[in-house]
Design a protein around this ligand. Sequence first.
Ligand SMILES: Cc1cc2nc3c(=O)[nH]c(=O)nc-3n(C[C@H](O)[C@H](O)[C@H](O)COP(=O)(O)OP(=O)(O)OC[C@H]3O[C@@H](n4cnc5c(N)ncnc54)[C@H](O)[C@@H]3O)c2cc1C
Length: 389
Amino acid sequence: MDLTWSDDEEAFRAEARAWLEEHLARWREQCGGAPASGDTAEGFSQQMVWEEMLFEARWAVVSWPEEYGGRAASLWEWLIFEEEYYRAGAPQRITQNGIFLLAPTVFEVGTDEQRDHILPRMAAAQDLWCQGWSEPGSGSDLASLRSTARPVDGGWVLDGQKTWTTRGAFCTHLFGLFRSDPGQERHRGLTYLLVPLDLEGITVRGFGRLDGDTGFAEVFFDGVFLPDAGPLGPTVLGEVGRGWNVAMATTSSERGLTLRSPGRFMATADRLLALWRNVDGPTRAPHLRDRLVDAWMRAEAYRVQTLAVVSDTLAGRPAGAATSLVKLWWSELDVELHDLALQLLGPEAEVEGPWSKGWQFSLSGPIYAGTNEIQRNITAERVLGLPRS
Ligand SMILES: Cc1cc2nc3c(=O)[nH]c(=O)nc-3n(C[C@H](O)[C@H](O)[C@H](O)COP(=O)(O)OP(=O)(O)OC[C@H]3O[C@@H](n4cnc5c(N)ncnc54)[C@H](O)[C@@H]3O)c2cc1C
């Protein structure tokens, strides 16, 4: 693996860096101070402005083909962009569930009509997608889900409930799994549906998180008629009854590279280093210095490991179950980076601020995208070949 960037890649980095610096400053000015979290109504609408800026300059979906609003950037350039994005302190994308979780699946199994209608509107943040998989009682054991899609003339009737839907309170569309064949059990007889959230019979009820953000939602379906096709094309993604296989394609994106690119953790590790330099002597205990060095090295190792995964992917060697290792790595690293920051801040950490908020969110990393206990099971069985427990 050659770790030297080409002249073109360096030019791409310089262009991204200059654009981000100028436009982030402009956007923050428009927000009239520090932007609110994208998981609140205020922050969400502030970020709609940011999304428009990104889209107009074709930075919203850099790796997508130009016809869908992208730059046809390589995976390497995508990683470079992500490094610059987080280095500049830009916000987590409100469009990320659509762009990083649904879009790869639309590219892979969608029809031409779905690609043409869904992707450009997603890139422009005209449609905002949330993930509707989890249900009360069906989290880790997703195959036990009970929400139904009953086939009727010209479409489906949906009933049931989804929960833990990130930013569902503010989104316009949901991609979800529904039981379409009650005669089949577990992962058979499920269908992957694309659902506009303004249909009659849908109730979206937002609820607060521990950190006070209010974007999470429960989504209730009560005799909802979903037509076979809508303005975005067919509402079934992939084949009827084979939703599980379609969903698993999304899962590997979620656990793997796209949701948590290394740029994010490198930026946090660098900010932690700056914090160390700024805090007063007593909190700079030697054991914290050792932990800091160790965490910084783990962030750097994650970056190098990701470069290796990209290299393998481009050589046609897919990561497969090893994406579970990636998920374990980034989620545990994120907790450690934030925990260290709180140690360095001492009593100041009790005051609400970016580090304490970041720490609260980091605790959810080992839970979402498949809990770390489940990732360890997958690693044991499919990577190490150990017997099922
Ligand atoms: C911040 C955040 C955002 C989320 N966003 C979304 C979203 O947008 N859309 C969506 O659909 N869902 C979302 N989720 C839900 C998430 O996918 C689930 O929380 C997760 O899959 C775990 O399910 P659960 O909460 O029902 O826990 P459970 O499945 O009930 O698990 C409880 C505990 O038991 C452990 N456990 C369960 N089964 C096993 C086993 N076989 N072996 C070992 N341990 C086991 C788990 O690891 C966990 O520690 C989000 C969750 C969080 C925290």
